[in-house]
Write a protein that binds this ligand. Structure first.
Ligand SMILES: N[C@H](CCC[C@H](N)C(=O)O)C(=O)O
Length: 277
């Protein structure tokens, strides 16, 4: 099986061209290729497939083999892949995901896609649709008891579930301990991606992410969108936010008129190879 290793702000996946390769058990393959010692090493596996309803389909798996609906850094890499490898010559493409069809705008430099703007769609705030267990119509700055400590969370789905928690010191947060407690908390029936956030000013925030099924990663595109939406709803920032992640910055804008979130950032190829197992 031929593969391409790509990354968006250090959030790295193994990409496989589903037009050419037939994968029997993608969930099992995701676990194997993701292993950083016995495999290729990645945060998961992404298959780029034909689609009946869009230009392409993205099929995404976490490092533990679980399937996710959406991946913000991944979808930018999918756009780079299909353009750079000549699967399309369009600079505006649509990609089907389990979180809906997304529309992408590619910036080309020297014949390669270098920057991609993604219309990530409308943020979902209704608790049952995220899903998060709550009595309210929206989970905004709501208390949650995690391992004996009370935190306040805002819950948002960007196709996949996120919970956003503010804290002053994210640098020293023991995310390996706290992350899994959020991920597997009983209030999240499908588990959750957890973002820990410090607001720097009204246009800039900093975050670390504990991803469902992959652990701490250097960046999370859907997470950055959920964070921006949470910050705007909580009155902490303006509608356009630079989100600083461990692997770099993403520009997120919630266009309230269109009620859609735009994410802009880079995508890069690391290497290509052949998987023989
Ligand atoms: N890193 C991805 C999100 C993966 C989400 C996945 N961990 C889930 O189970 O939803 C991103 O850039 O949006």
């Amino acid at each position: 099986m031929k593969f391409t290793k790509m990354q968006g702000l250090g959030n790295d996946y193994v990409y496989v061209n589903g037009f050419e390769e037939k994968i029997e058990n993608p969930s099992e393959l995701a676990v194997k290729v993701s292993d950083r010692h016995f495999g290729i090493g990645s945060d998961g596996l992404i298959l780029i497939n034909p689609s009946k309803v869009a230009d392409f389909e993205m099929e995404m798996y976490n490092a533990d083999g679980s399937r996710s609906e959406m991946c913000g850094n991944g979808i930018r890499c999918v756009a780079k892949y299909v353009y750079d490898y000549g699967l399309t010559d369009k600079t505006q493409i649509s990609v089907e995901t389990l979180g809906g069809i997304k529309y992408l705008d590619l910036t080309i430099d020297n014949g390669k896609a270098v920057r991609i703007k993604v219309d990530m769609g409308k943020p979902i705030l209704e608790p049952a649709k995220i899903p998060v267990v709550s009595e309210g119509d929206i989970v905004l700055d709501e208390p949650i008891l995690v391992d004996g400590t009370e935190y306040r969370m805002t819950a948002v789905s960007m196709g996949n579930p996120h919970t956003v928690v503010y804290m002053d010191d994210i640098e020293h947060l023991e995310i390996e301990k706290t992350g899994p407690k959020f991920e597997n908390h009983e209030r999240f029936p499908n588990r959750v991606n957890a973002e820990f956030v410090k607001v720097l000013d009204r246009h800039t925030v900093q975050m670390r992410v504990w991803e469902r099924g992959s652990g701490e990663t250097l960046a999370c595109g859907t997470g950055a969108c959920a964070v921006a939406v949470a910050c705007i709803l909580n009155g902490l920032t303006e509608d356009k936010v630079t989100v600083k992640l461990l692997g770099g910055d993403l520009l997120i804008e919630w266009d309230k008129e269109k009620d859609t979130v735009y994410m802009t950032g880079p995508a890069e190829v690391v290497f290509e190879g052949e998987w023989n197992q």
